[in-house]
Design a protein around this ligand. Structure first.
Ligand code: NAD
Length: 494
């Protein structure tokens, strides 16, 4: 029997973009075994020795921008500019982790107060083989982001890209090899959920997964009995809060931009908007204008491309139908545009929405922007926090102190004040969701450290602290001694 293949099609043209061989689930353990063998040398390099390889990789990505763009476009139908923005976000992360890995992972000294005769520190050693499983919406950026954190921590990686976008995933291995990263440090395997599941079950030391909450839960369930760490970047239902002192025009343009960008197929897209009553009418006037300027069309002049995953149309239309049946009004858009090959959806603005509707509670992952009028800041916060998701969100106000105060009350992993999604150009701080949006997260110091074993070492300066304290057998110290010692050391706290 000939091996199975994946042949993704360009949603714009229907053309087959290329073909890769499927990695049968039974072969995944061998790939992971190879990764372990390569880890023996890659993982034992110093961070300074690894740095030139990572730098060469980053440079090669920079010089391969057009090639990456062609490949990503060939299987997603995205606009050229959108893919170049994705490459820029990738380079931002590559640059940060390549430059900063040494600092971020340098040993961290502890304080031994009050037992000052022992010093202690924590070292960060690579975990081993990292399994990276990624979705189709940002098919080059997302797997590379996880991979670069793993690689700069000293892990080797096995990437399982989405079955809809295997060529973009394969390109990561090709570019790594061409840039001089030793063979086997980055390997890509192909297939659907069965191949992904095999990677979780194999002898991987950590799984970095980006995708839906349903699959994230399955992975967590399989990994838990093995006590295998997982980083889960899952779905989102980002809220935008527009306060009465916001720059209304910016907030309105942002609602459309981050609501319909990449046809809404963005985990950190704006999925619901809460506008304070005082400025609601002004906001609706501006947001309607903004929606009218954005086009979903099949020709070259378009802002919104086709849906990358055709079944997504069912969810978008179900959410829209449900909202309309419960009283929502369509202010702009509302229809699919079906061509010979791809399915597009118009940028769609809704009002008169509430939390009984799916469009306000479940992830749509499409270009729907529902806007809800709220009495004030307090109601906006209550509704924004009324969600099982907690990935990202934004607050719009001219008063930056107020923005920061409101942001710190939002129950999400990250929040932007007067912007949205900036974490992708801000890799030094963590991005990660809570609730249905995920576990642990990536980026920042926490992101790279997640791929390491935290090894804490203590060293007695002249004599064992435990001996000096009198904790050794045979017992010499009375209970009274321990009480007095406690008062002596901590009595000042009374
Ligand atoms: P998905 O969960 O269906 O698939 C993601 C990946 O998991 C694919 O590679 C798939 O083959 C694999 N997979 C499927 N079943 C598996 C299993 N049982 N074990 C292991 N792997 C398995 O997601 P999708 O449809 O590709 O992407 C859309 C989802 O991704 C949305 O929910 C979106 O919000 C989310 N997403 C999240 C982020 C983030 O950073 N939080 C970023 C992008 C997308």
């Amino acid at each position: 029997m000939s091996p199975a293949e994946l042949s993704p099609r360009n949603p714009l043209t229907g053309e087959v973009a290329g073909t890769v061989l499927v990695t049968e689930p039974t072969d995944v353990a061998d790939v992971v075994g190879r990764s372990h063998r390569v880890f023996a040398s890659w993982g034992s390099m110093t961070r300074a020795e690894r740095k030139p390889y990572l730098r060469a990789f980053a440079k090669h990505v920079l010089h391969s921008m057009d090639r990456i763009t062609d490949v990503v476009r060939s299987e997603t139908g995205k606009d050229r500019g959108d893919v170049l923005a994705e490459v820029n976000a990738t380079l931002t992360a590559l640059d940060f982790f390549t430059r900063k890995a040494e600092d971020l992972l340098s040993p961290k000294r502890g304080t031994s107060w009050p037992y000052v005769i022992t010093k202690g520190w924590t070292e960060y050693h690579p975990l081993g083989v990292a399994g990276v499983i990624s979705p189709w919406n940002y098919p080059f950026y997302l797997p590379t982001l996880s991979a670069i954190q793993a690689l700069s921590a000293g892990c080797t990686v096995v990437i399982k890209p989405s079955e809809l976008t295997p060529l973009s995933g394969q390109l990561i291995e090709d570019l790594a090899l061409e840039s001089g990263i030793p063979k086997g440090v980055v390997q890509v395997i192909h297939g659907d959920g069965a191949t992904g599941a095999a990677l979780v079950e194999a002898d991987t030391d950590i799984i970095a997964f980006t995708g839906s909450p349903a699959v994230g839960r399955k992975i967590a369930t399989v990994a838990a009995p093995m006590l295998k760490p997982t980083l889960l970047e899952l779905g989102g239902k980002d809220a935008q809060i527009v306060l009465e002192d916001a720059k209304i025009k910016d907030a309105a343009r942002a609602a459309i931009n981050f609501g319909v960008f990449n046809a809404g197929q963005m985990c950190v897209g704006i999925e619901r908007v809460y506008v304070v009553a005082e400025v609601y009418a002004d906001f609706m006037a501006e947001v309607t204008k903004a929606a009218g300027k954005v086009t979903a069309a099949t020709g070259d002049k378009r802002d919104i491309g086709p849906l990358i995953s055709p079944p997504q149309i069912d969810i978008i239309e179900d959410h829209l139908k449900d909202a309309i049946s419960k009283g929502a009004t369509v202010v702009a858009g509302g229809s699919r545009i079906e061509t010979e090959h791809g399915i597009y959806f118009e940028p769609t603005l809704l009002e008169n929405v509430d939390h009984t509707m799916k469009v306000m509670c479940e992830e749509t992952f499409g270009p729907l922007v529902p806007v809800m009028r709220v009495a004030d800041e307090a109601e906006a916060l209550t509704l924004a926090n009324d969600s099982t998701y907690g990935l990202h969100g934004s607050v719009w106000t001219k008063d930056r102190k107020r923005g920061a105060r409101v942001a710190s009350k939002m129950k999400t992993g990250s929040i932007a004040v007067n912007d949205h999604v900036v974490n992708f150009v801000y890799p030094s701080i963590k991005l990660g969701g809570i609730g249905d949006s995920g576990l642990n997260g990536q980026l920042g110091e926490e992101g790279i450290k997640a791929f390491t074993i935290h090894r804490s070492i203590t060293s007695a300066r002249f004599s064992p602290t435990t001996k000096v304290l009198g904790a050794w057998l045979p017992r010499k110290r009375s209970p009274r001694y321990w009480k007095r010692l406690a008062y002596l050391l901590f009595g000042w706290r009374r």
